[in-house]
Design a protein around this ligand. Structure first.
Ligand SMILES: Cc1ncc(COP(=O)(O)O)c(C=O)c1O
Length: 389
């Protein structure tokens, strides 16, 4: 059943008006490499729409495998003007299937997804409710939008509810990361879904650090056993657990069409190169087919985290493979990072303005071996004895 949502209704009206004026943009991917001659829908066309001025993108060698019909060169144009290929659409279908959404739409990075989608989804009548610890790309997306921004205290649902109750605007978007990038804590996606649904707001979830990590790799909604609904817009990146490059927004056909027509970071930039798209496609298939990979990540995370807790170190609210070691001041963070570096460990200090409280940010992966985790724990034990922690 479709629930009424003022913003979704406004998108329908906006697209209808564009349609009346013959201004609707659509993506038509080519089924060939970039070049003088391209193929679309089985027809060969003499191409006068690429920016591959010297023909270099189309001259770079073919990729072996996967048909070999595309080349390593750049896309040569915006997705809306011959930059996209059928591989781009295949990747979008794969993401939608994985995430359980009607559609998805690629961007050239997660940063581009947030800075393009958030302004496209809002107008001057919209109020955006944003968690105070949201990532810089979300903050920039909010700044680029014409919406009013209201910041709620980190993960504080009571605060969010009271701010929503005091807002008269009908167009509301709640924006949150699911896994917070500097703290490794998890937003209460179940409560946020309930709040958004009750308040007829949209819920925009940045799943950058949850994709490939939570919910057997599917992300935060799967972790919370919530299926996608029309008022939920999920953004993600292919540059983290997927091990490639690119961003995406997974949602309904309506939201995709709106973004194709309004997201400036999609319309006015060159599409992702096809070899990057193919890397993402193949890595998502690996994640979907190998549940052991995600399990190994979590096994390593639990091993390291319990070692840190045994040492009574302050890991903040971490519940994921992002584990901060919170320190008192900047110089302690720098000293500890140097100490670890002296023992062959790279774990940089993170300071203001990235975070309020200085820290060493540790990220554990599925590739770490038990010995690696022990090496880090041992170095931290020594740091502790040396009074560095
Ligand atoms: C929460 C969050 N959102 C978005 C991004 C941007 O993703 P990308 O690196 O693909 O631009 C990042 C990356 O640091 C992130 O941590």
């Amino acid at each position: 059943m479709q629930m009424y949502n003022p913003l979704l209704e406004s998108y329908r009206a906006l697209l209808e008006n564009l349609g009346k004026e013959d201004l609707i943009r659509i993506i038509e991917d080519r089924d060939s490499g970039q070049g003088r001659i391209i193929r679309k829908d089985g027809r060969e066309l003499l191409n006068f729409s690429s920016n591959d001025y010297l023909g270099l993108a189309s001259e770079t060698p073919c990729i072996n495998g996967e048909g070999g019909k595309h080349r390593h060169g750049g896309a040569g144009a915006s997705r809306l003007l011959s930059g996209g290929t059928t591989e781009h659409s295949r990747l979008e279908e794969e993401i939608a299937l994985w995430k359980g959404t009607e559609t998805s739409l690629l961007f050239t990075s997660g940063y581009a997804a947030n800075t393009g989608a958030i302004p496209a989804l809002s107008d001057e009548e919209t109020v955006i409710f944003s968690d105070e610890l949201n990532h810089a790309s979300i903050i920039d997306g909010c700044r680029l939008s014409r919406a009013r921004k209201i910041i709620y205290r980190h993960l504080d649902m009571k605060h969010l509810r009271s701010l929503l109750a005091n807002t008269t605007s009908r167009k509301k978007i709640i924006v949150t990361e699911s896994v917070f990038s500097m703290d490794g804590d998890i937003a209460p996606i179940d409560e946020l879904t309930e709040i958004a649904s009750r308040d007829k707001a949209l819920l925009y979830i940045d799943d950058a650090h949850a994709t490939g990590v939570l919910g057997s790799g599917k992300g935060s909604l799967a972790e919370f056993n919530i299926s996608h609904q029309s008022f939920i817009i999920e953004m993600g990146t292919l540059s983290k657990a997927v091990g490639s490059l690119g961003g995406f927004v997974a949602s309904t056909g309506l939201v995709r069409e709106l973004l194709v027509n309004r997201a400036r970071s999609l319309i006015f930039t060159t599409a992702l190169p096809v070899h990057t798209v193919m890397t993402s496609l193949s890595n998502i298939k690996v994640i979907r087919k190998s549940p052991d990979l995600v399990k190994r990540l979590w096994k390593n995370r639990e091993y390291l985290h319990s070692g840190l807790i045994d040492m009574k170190l302050d890991t903040g609210r971490s519940r994921t493979p992002i584990i901060p070691l919170i320190l008192d001041d900047n110089s302690s963070a720098l000293r500890l990072s140097d100490f670890l570096s002296g023992r062959g460990i790279y774990a940089p200090a993170i300071r203001y303005p990235t975070v309020k409280r200085p820290r060493i940010r540790i990220t554990v992966t599925a590739s770490h071996q038990e010995d690696d985790l022990e090496t880090l724990l041992q170095a931290l034990r020594e740091a502790l004895s040396a009074g560095l922690l």
